[in-house]
Ligand binder design. Structure first.
Ligand SMILES: *Cc1c(COP(=O)(O)O)cnc(C)c1O
Length: 258
């Protein structure tokens, strides 16, 4: 994308890329239920969000609290579902519950409590403003799949402390699920993961499916599986993904970070 790209040209480009991704999804998901396509617009401007909405996209993903809040505010007339997919600091919970319908990166008890408290405050704020309450915040438990693939790697610190790409250990899921269910404003949607770098995504996502099935035994409503990015959406769909998070294959290569 350059300075001289007009809105019409950009729209045509987005439309073309979107169509190609939708075709990939259709052929990979053949027969099973259609997954929710979340288009990850991080680093791209609100004008792209508007163009995507005009092309029929209803679900947008962002991974940074400040950028997400600004873009959601700029496009608030479009009635979009915003999915927060990045690592989230507890002190950003209040901002996120203003616009997000879902958080895919819930990975620790302190964040569950912060989101629950923020939802209670948000409902009160809406009531005082004479508005309607918002829907419960959909919470996905982000799992760190690195530890489980290679038990020898970084035992103790690293993966266990949620460093790197984030996520809870599989053994932490039941406790986190219970904590979410105990918060009035939160709903347990299911699990989320990013395939570990350098590993076979099919193996990682198969593992995620196993964890999802385990979770569903105790929490039958938590059926969602958020998995699959531009490079591994086929592997994710093969393993039962219900939510795909696609960025670069639709928006194009991300602009260099300034
Ligand atoms: C950026 C991002 C994506 C999208 O990745 P692409 O490879 O650009 O499709 C998906 N999930 C998370 C958590 C991300 O941060």
């Amino acid at each position: 994308m350059t300075f001289s790209t007009t809105a019409a040209e950009r729209s045509a480009e987005l439309s073309d890329r979107l169509q190609r991704v939708r075709t990939r999804i259709r052929s990979a998901a053949a027969g099973s239920a259609e997954p929710t396509l979340i288009v990850v617009t991080k680093y791209f401007p609100a004008s792209d969000v508007e163009l995507l909405a005009a092309l029929g996209v209803t679900d947008m993903g962002e991974n940074k609290a400040q950028e997400a809040a600004a873009k959601a505010a700029e496009t608030s007339d479009l009635n979009l579902n915003w999915h927060f997919i990045g690592q989230l600091q507890s002190n950003k919970a209040k901002s996120v519950v203003r616009y997000a319908s879902a958080v895919h990166s819930v990975d620790r008890i302190s964040l569950v409590h912060a989101l629950g408290k923020a939802m209670a405050a948000e409902q009160q704020r809406r009531a005082e403003a004479g508005g309607l309450p918002r829907e419960a915040l959909e919470c996905f438990l982000q799992v760190d799949l690195r530890e489980t693939l290679d038990p020898g790697a970084g035992s103790g610190s690293g993966a266990a402390s949620g460093a790197g790409r984030g996520g809870a250990l599989p053994s932490e899921l039941p406790g986190l699920a219970e904590a979410i269910e105990a918060e009035a404003g939160l709903r347990l949607a299911g699990v989320m993961a990013v395939a570990p770098l350098g590993a076979d995504p099919r193996e990682a996502f198969a593992r995620l499916r196993g964890l999802s099935e385990l979770l569903c035994r105790d929490f039958p409503g938590a059926t969602a599986v958020s998995a699959g990015m531009s490079g591994d959406l086929e592997a994710a769909l093969e393993c039962g993904a219900t939510h795909l998070r696609i960025g670069s294959d639709i928006l194009g290569p991300r602009p260099p970070v300034r």
